[in-house]
Ligand binder design. Structure first.
Ligand SMILES: C[S@@+](CC[C@H](N)C(=O)[O-])C[C@H]1O[C@@H](n2cnc3c(N)ncnc32)[C@H](O)[C@@H]1O
Length: 214
């Protein structure tokens, strides 16, 4: 997913709000201890998510795919007073690190965690969300969109991460693996859906930003 040179990436990060000490520590610990640490949003994307959340000022956020909690901490900064970020992950093993960092970042009171399959959990959350961040199993992106679209009010946003999938979305369809196909299908679905208007942001591995217009 490194579309830009290391030098340009370094330049961009050096002209972007610094990671807080807590996010730096969480980033480092995730790389030291977790399998697949690259799933973590990281400095630039974390700050992009934070900035977008600050602009949207959501009352409620739904995050699908907590991992070690990095993007949840970033997104929660934009919540309105009294707002809540709901975050779901299927993997219980991340709980210790997530709980420790949510406490250290002082965001415990504005984040509600769910452990389990997001497909089962989303229908049980009786809330509307001004911002949804889809960042879990790629083959369910379209299912997640279908599950959340009626929980997003007009003017609300649905973000989806990794929509460039390291550039694999340009492969010919017969060479695509299941995840790549699912991501292309998701982007085609969003592009065709008249309930939303959308922009594909080429940030890191690509973020599809869809805004509900009806
Ligand atoms: C890319 S990581 C999330 C990264 C995180 N949002 C961040 O930026 O730091 C994807 C996460 O989705 C979780 N996941 C995969 N399938 C899931 C499912 N069906 N329901 C809930 N979580 C799932 C994985 O356990 C993994 O932690």
């Amino acid at each position: 997913m490194d579309f830009l040179s290391p030098e340009l990436n370094a330049y961009i990060e050096s002209h972007t709000r610094e990671e807080s000490d807590i996010l730096k520590k969480l980033n480092r610990e995730t790389y030291l201890k977790m399998m697949m640490p690259r799933m973590l949003s990281g400095h630039l994307q974390g700050q992009v998510l934070r900035m977008l959340s600050m602009m949207i000022k959501p009352k409620n956020i739904l995050e699908i795919g907590t991992f070690t909690g990095y993007s949840a901490i970033c997104l929660s900064d934009g919540l309105q007073e009294g707002g809540m970020l709901h975050t779901i992950d299927i993997n219980e093993e991340y709980s210790e690190i997530i709980n420790r960092y949510f406490k250290e970042a002082n965001v415990e009171s504005k984040i509600k965690r769910y452990v389990g399959n997001a497909l089962d959990i989303i229908p049980t959350i009786n809330e509307t969300f001004d911002l949804v961040f889809i960042d879990a199993d790629k083959d369910n992106y379209s299912n997640y969109f279908d599950l959340v679209i009626n929980k997003v009010p007009k003017g609300g946003y649905i973000f989806a991460d990794n929509v460039l999938w390291s550039g694999k979305v340009l492969e010919s369809p017969q060479d695509m693996d299941i995840d790549t196909k699912a991501i292309v299908e998701y982007c085609n679905k969003i592009q065709a859906d008249e309930r939303v208007e959308n922009v594909l942001f080429p940030i890191r591995d690509g973020i599809m930003v869809a805004r509900k217009i009806v």
